[in-house]
Write a protein that binds this ligand. Structure first.
Ligand SMILES: [Zn+2]
Ligand SMILES: [Zn+2]
Length: 153
């Protein structure tokens, strides 16, 4: 049951990105559609290099420049969320292209999306405390994942 919901969600994300690109008259090559597919799944918040590897498996002539260009365009259209890190290793979430909290394993670099019901209350508290009009947020938790704790990764 959960699986079906997931795949329906992935297909929906893919179609949303596709219609945005069409609206902006972006040329839709099979390689670019493959980038969209990888991003719609966004398992583990891939790097551009990881997306490149995935796409190249299907389309060996793809250049990494194509991947960068497609990802950047989707970023500008708010269809992909970029997670920048101080070491320059950007990760991308095309499945949830809006601000949401992340849990990041500092050992294996795994990134998960925790469901935090308390974030809404936290935002209200920030507004109350500062009087800010909040437009965006970035909440990252860093630590060691279960696999790394047990030495399996
Ligand atoms: Zn880990
Ligand atoms: Zn995410």
């Amino acid at each position: 049951m959960k699986k079906r919901t997931d795949s329906a969600n992935i297909e929906q994300r893919f179609n949303q990105m596709l219609s945005k690109l069409k609206k902006h008259d972006f040329r839709l090559t099979p390689q670019r559609l493959a980038v969209l597919k990888v991003l719609a799944v966004s398992k583990g918040h891939p790097t551009v290099e990881r997306i490149y590897e995935n796409v190249r498996a299907e389309f060996p002539t793809t250049s990494i420049a194509t991947i960068y260009k497609t990802v950047n365009l989707l970023k500008q259209l708010n269809e992909v969320l970029e997670l920048g890190f101080p070491d320059g290793s950007n990760r991308y979430d095309g499945n949830k292209p809006y601000p949401h909290p992340h849990v990041i394993c500092t050992k294996c670099k795994k990134i998960l999306d925790p469901n935090l019901g308390s974030l809404k209350d936290l935002t209200k508290e920030v507004i109350k405390e500062t009087g800010f009009l909040i437009l965006n947020h970035r909440v990252d938790f860093f630590g060691t994942c279960r696999d790394c704790q047990s030495g399996r990764a």
